[in-house]
Each structure stands twice: as C-alpha cells, then as structure tokens.
Design a protein around this ligand. Sequence first.
Ligand code: MEV
Length: 307
Amino acid sequence: MKASAPGKIILFGEHAVVYNRPALAVPVAQVHVEVEVLDSDSAGVHIHAPIVDLHAELNTLPADHAIGSVILKVFSTLGISSPPPLHINISSTIPVAAGLGSGAAVSVALIRALAVHLAHPLTNDQVNEMVFEIEKLHHGTPSGIDNTVITYNKPVFFIKGLPIETFKVGRPFTIVIGDTGISALTKESVGDVRALWQKEPDHFEGIFNEIGKIVLSARQSIENGNPDLLGPLMDQNHVLLQKLTVSSPELDGLVQAARHAGALGAKLSGGGRGGNMIALAEQASAESVARALLAAGARRTIITQVG
Ligand code: MEV
C-alpha cells in the first residue's frame, strides 16, 4: 500500500495562530512524502527512510523515536498487539526542519499507508487527530495548523480548536518560496514567543490582534479575486513577525531581495529564525524573483500556484 502527503506553507498568521487568532495555510504539491508498506519475508517491522538515514528494525529504536513512535501509535490505536512482518519505505522531497511541514507529512502518509495495509482505513478526521497528538510530543504547543492543511490537502482558514474551514481562491496567484537553508526548530521559536508574551501579555496580545486583522483582510482579498492586495499585507505581517523576534538577518535579506526583484510583497513563513520565506509575484516575474533569491543566498526555491 502506498500513501502520500504534500508539504505546506503558512500564507498569513503564523505564531498568532497559537494564541487563537486565525491563519491561512495552503498545501505545496511540488514537494511530498511517499510511504509504501509491504509484507516482509523476515520477522519484524523494517523501516527504510533514506532522508534521515534510517534503516532499522522497529524494536531497535527508542520508544520516542520520531518515526518509530508514529508506527507504535498506529498499532496501539488499531489495537494490533503483534504486528505482521512489514517492510516500510519512506521517501520525501520535503526539506527537513525548513518550515514546509516535513514531520507532519511523514506522519500523515505513514499513518494512512499503515492503516490501509492493516485493513483498518482511517478517516481524515482520525488521521488529523493522531498527527496532532504526535506534533504535540515534538513541538510543545502547536496550534494544529500544519497537520490540518497536510491531512486535508486543501487551503485552510484555521482557528485552533475549531472545525476545519477551507477558503475559495477567486483568482489564482503565484508564490515563490525561498529556503534560507538554516534549520530551525519551530518548538524553539514558539517557546521564545511564549516567554515574551508571558512577560508582556498586553503588548504581545496587541501584535497578535494586528496579525489576526491582516489574516481576515487577506482571506477577503483571496476570495474576492484580488490577490494583488496580498503584497502589502505580507509586508505588514513580516514587520509584526519581526516584532515577535522570529525573523533573522537571512530571512530579512531574502525578503528584501524578493521585493527588489519585483515581488509584490514578502514575508517569512512558518516558525521563522531559519526555514522559509514566501513572496507574492506576478506569474511572469516569478522566475526572476526566484533567481534573485538564489543570488541572495537561498538554498533552494519553489514556485507554486495557489488556486
Ligand atoms: C508553524 O508552521 C506555524 C506556527 O504558527 C506554529 C503552530 O502554529 O503550531 C509557528
């Protein structure tokens, strides 16, 4: 059995979404995880995940291993106490720790492939719930936006704890993603923002409110078919993320380079500190924005169409 899951980007609202403000995220089909589960001739559960250089039998991994623990969770959820001999291949084109949701995508594809192979297919809601539990183990206090957009594989307007809401894209638009190449743990930036918020709650609540308003305007512009209006909103969102201390000189450099190359707006995307930034570009100038990002030090770029 094979299953796959896409990458994701947050368009607007990261970090504030942890504090119950809305955020917009979309899947990125250009990168994905694929998991294949096969019956095995030799006893045990054999895992092959070249992306993280993992070639091991499940029993030899520590109980909290990022991939091993997902497999154990599937077995326990499905009530399987002695799993059959299995061979699991995990391949991925999603860069690790880059803000594109590689961990959540591995979990989603792995859970789906295993559940179907073991004749216990799960609903999207069940998969999403399981992946959120796993994200909480690794990421501290996640909002749940990453697992939601990746599980349902559609644009989401997300508010923590509320049922998934998708949004229409009135007119497609082009986003250029630039990767700083710097791995950054979302858990750390989310933890740092929490510490700042605890010290000065009123100040940070004010920033989260401003981000929330930007998200609502952005949703309206996207639904009304006015994506050009997103550029200035991205710029404003980036300034607010700087105030949350989650940007970095490298992210700021790529954001500037994109604007100089003609992007209509740009911001960091995801946890920040490293990982990715995104820029809104006219379709005709997307390639030159991508080239400018590479010239300014981006490790890689992805051009993706939303809608
Ligand atoms: C990470 O993709 C988005 C953050 O808002 C964290 C979260 O929502 O869990 C930074």
